[in-house]
Design a protein around this ligand. Structure first.
Ligand code: BG6
Length: 476
């Protein structure tokens, strides 16, 4: 059974949810110059706001002006925890100022106060696929070592300000995205000389892994600061956990799948949970022709900045193998071979509830630290009936099966702290920029053409999830 203090809740990210992109002193962030897209048409990074495009982050779900109503809805569902992120460019508009923007800080004060009113624990991501645009354009984002200092100023500011309001923190969202071409823009912000599709390959592997290394150092320093100055804090890391099965039992494919798990998952979590690069990193750098600049001080920081708990998103699994002719499937950030035993979502992501049990056991087996699933859910098109109801049985089915497998993992002995489903209140899709790809228990009246009243409606999954929380997962 789940722990009595299990953190049931939902998750959001500032740039996909808040809107108010240029309000109260907020500076533009990288997502603010990323256009909308679809499954077939990539979002574009346009460097400036251009009148011929639509930019979904500008209004998004307008949490900025709806936070009271939204948090009341989460409370009505019985939420114990609300995962959200702070928009760095709301606090430091270009990322490089010496002094923070007071109006930005005051906004999050109000949000945390509202959570407190209902006994909801905020779980705050410091960097969720967003950084001030100026840092990207002028410094090339995380490729510059200087960015670590700018980030630490931001961290010191928010740690100090919210020390009595927030206990749980996550450093970087899905940090392993930095290893993938799509991460160049959305995660590491290396946009200095770039304009074009967000998945256009723009950097060398050395640049990619160097930027990621700087994030590791910043993450470790953040954890260290928390441990030294704010003993009440608990700081976690965050991966997109990509469960990789061998496409068949050909031993060569089994080794390839193992290699994939090492390179795409454990590479990052070993650094953040164990405090050092894994033994196979050297071989991986050699094979990919990667040459990194890593100082002795960096290694010391990594060693002394290991996280208190590990979190990950789990949406799907893929198959890995050397048989090039197999069917491919897409996924959140990366794809692989199609698994004949699994169905896919409308966006082609394989649905694999058992994979969440596998992932939890694999991570716990390796690290023995508390784990938390901080994203999971089904992106689907919802229909509002004439009477205003929304019968999202497919979403309930998805969540029920995943939570049941989480329960089995807990029975296996895994120490699971909580579960926050993704996009609990409908928000903009990261990969496609669409609004019609909805994850929430709360529907937001907002559409891809920018129309909509922004009114909130309870879906059937709202009532179902409320009961799951009320019974601490006993009734699914
Ligand atoms: C995760 C991200 O990769 O997946 C979220 O952390 C994102 O920001 C979520 O929204 C779902 O992906 P998408 O593309 O369906 O929004």
């Amino acid at each position: 059974m789940f722990r009595q203090d299990f953190l049931w809740g939902g998750a959001t990210a500032a740039n996909q949810f808040e809107g108010a992109w240029d309000v109260d002193g907020k500076g533009p962030s990288i997502p603010d110059v990323c256009t909308d897209g679809t499954r077939e048409r990539s979002k574009l990074f346009t460097r400036t706001v251009k009148p011929e495009y639509r930019y979904p982050s500008h209004e998004a779900s307008d949490f900025y002006h709806h936070y009271k109503e939204d948090i009341a809805l989460l409370a009505e569902m019985g939420y114990k925890c609300f995962r959200m992120s702070i928009n760095w460019s709301r606090i430091f508009p270009t990322g490089m100022e010496e002094m923070p923007n007071e109006a930005g800080l005051a906004f999050y004060d109000s949000v945390f106060d509202e959570c407190k009113k209902y006994g909801i624990e905020p779980l705050v991501t410091l960097s969720h696929y967003e950084m001030p645009l100026a840092l990207g354009l002028e410094k090339n984002g995380w490729l510059s070592r200087e960015t670590i200092e700018h980030f630490m100023r931001y961290v010191r500011t928010v740690f100090d300000r919210y020390q009595n309001k927030v206990r749980y923190w996550i450093t970087f969202n899905e940090i392993n995205a930095g290893q993938m071409p799509i991460g160049d823009i959305i995660s590491t912000g290396m946009v200095k000389d770039y304009e074009g599709p967000i998945d256009g390959i723009t950097h060398t592997e050395t640049e990619r892994y160097q930027a990621l290394h700087h994030q590791f150092v910043a993450s470790a320093r953040t954890v260290r600061l928390a441990h030294q100055k704010y003993p009440q804090f608990q700081v976690g890391n965050m991966l997109t956990f990509i469960v990789s099965y061998p496409i068949n039992c050909d031993p060569e494919n089994v080794v390839l799948a193992q290699r994939y798990m090492q390179n795409m998952n454990w590479y990052c979590s070993d650094v953040q949970v164990k405090g050092a690069y894994p033994y196979y990193a050297t071989a991986m750098w050699r094979d990919k022709d990667i040459n990194l600049s890593i100082t002795a001080k960096d290694l010391d920081d990594l060693k002394n900045g290991t996280v208190d708990f590990m979190t990950f998103s789990y949406y799907m699994s893929i198959c890995v193998g050397r048989e090039g002719e197999k069917d491919k499937v897409s996924g959140n950030l990366t794809g692989g071979f199609k698994n004949p035993y699994l169905e896919t979502s409308d966006w082609g992501w394989q649905i694999d509830p058992v994979g969440i049990r596998y992932a939890l056991n694999a991570a716990y087996d390796r690290y023995h630290v508390p784990l938390m699933i901080v994203e999971n859910g089904l992106g689907a098109i919802d229909t509002v009936e004439d009477d205003g109801s929304i019968h999202d049985t497919y979403r309930i089915d998805y969540m029920r099966k995943h939570i049941a497998q989480m329960r089995l993992a807990v029975e296996d002995g895994v120490d699971l702290m909580g579960y926050t489903n993704w996009g609990c209140i409908d928000l903009v899709s990261l990969t496609t920029g669409e609004m019609r790809k909805r994850y929430g228990q709360v529907f937001v009246d907002k559409y891809d053409d920018g129309t909509g009243t922004l009114e909130r409606r309870r879906k059937d999954s709202f009532y179902w999830y409320s009961n799951v929380i009320r019974t601490n997962g006993a009734e699914l």
